[in-house]
Ligand binder design. Structure first.
Ligand SMILES: [Fe+2]
Ligand SMILES: [Fe+2]
Length: 289
């Protein structure tokens, strides 16, 4: 079974549009059985996710999708969980894609499962010494002290290291993702769903490929010397997905995106590949499974 994987199409960002069209055209010309698009196809406007998926209309094999964090950015009054669990699967149906976050699939004996993944701050760098409340608000202490609306975070700074007051990072999901639950609870919900999908596939598939937008292993997190980027590491993924995948012996490949850095390594029995598309340089992976 020949599988093509790409990620981070970002068809809502002007400088990303031309490279997205180009990589989609290349992928549509490939002779492959299945395509997996690993999220961040669009942004707040769900119609752009549809437009981004339709770039792959001419791909001859089966088409699969998992959402990225940008795909569940919403406008005030909208709900990102509704976007993830109702709107995006509907868009996938319209665009000829199968949303692996909803149900797993099988192609020629190979099980395909996937998830947006999420973060529970398990990747946060302890060395920064930043209290959890800043990660929950997705804003570093330096930014929280300068912007309106975060007085509750900085009213008592006795637990905040002086150096952290110079970190001005905001993770923009904090502005655009509107969840009816905490990040930790969403992460848990998605891990449980992925576990159920893997159990289903294990019964009859010879091998399994898992696609996830966020990073499932700490080892995939790019090392960041800049404190601002190190703060952002907390939002790259969760160790819980990695633990789940390592407990499933039939998982042969795990593909992810989100970091925009190409990276591959073997962890236990799994080949992990971060596809590493950036806004301006798109790429894809092809594997025979
Ligand atoms: Fe991205
Ligand atoms: Fe992302």
């Amino acid at each position: 079974m020949r599988l093509v994987v790409t990620a981070d199409i970002h068809y809502d960002i002007v400088r990303s549009m031309k490279p997205a069209r180009k990589v989609a055209e290349q992928i549509c010309g490939l002779d492959a059985d299945a395509l997996l698009v690993l999220g961040d196809v669009g942004g707040r406007d769900a119609d752009i996710v549809r437009d981004g998926l339709r770039l792959f209309d001419k791909f001859k094999g089966r088409r699969f999708f998992v959402a990225g964090n940008h795909d569940i950015w919403t406008s005030p009054g909208e709900d990102s969980l509704d976007r993830l669990e109702r709107v995006l699967p509907e868009i996938c149906r319209e665009a000829g894609f199968h949303d692996l976050g909803v149900t797993p699939a099988e192609v020629e004996g190979v099980g395909l499962a996937g998830s947006i993944g999420w973060y529970d701050y398990s990747f946060r760098p302890e060395r920064l010494g930043i209290p959890l409340r800043f990660y929950e608000a997705k804003i570093a202490p330096g930014a929280a002290s300068r912007l309106d609306g975060y007085a509750h975070l900085v009213a008592d700074l006795s637990d905040v290291p002086e150096e952290a007051m110079h970190i001005g990072t905001r993770w923009m999901d904090g502005e655009h993702v509107r969840l009816p639950m905490s990040d930790v609870d969403l992460c848990q919900r998605l891990v449980h769903r992925a576990a159920a999908h893997l159990r289903e596939l294990e019964k009859h598939c010879r091998t399994i490929v898992f696609g996830i937008h966020h990073l499932p292993f700490r080892e995939l997190v790019p090392h960041q010397t800049h404190p601002g980027w190190a703060f952002g590491s907390a939002f790259l993924g969760s160790t819980r997905f990695g633990e789940l995948l390592l407990n499933c012996p039939k998982v042969r490949y795990v593909f992810c995106g989100h970091s925009h850095r190409e990276h591959r390594l073997r962890i236990g029995h799994i080949d992990c590949i971060d596809v590493g598309c950036t806004y301006v340089a798109k790429r894809y992976e092809v594997v025979e499974v």
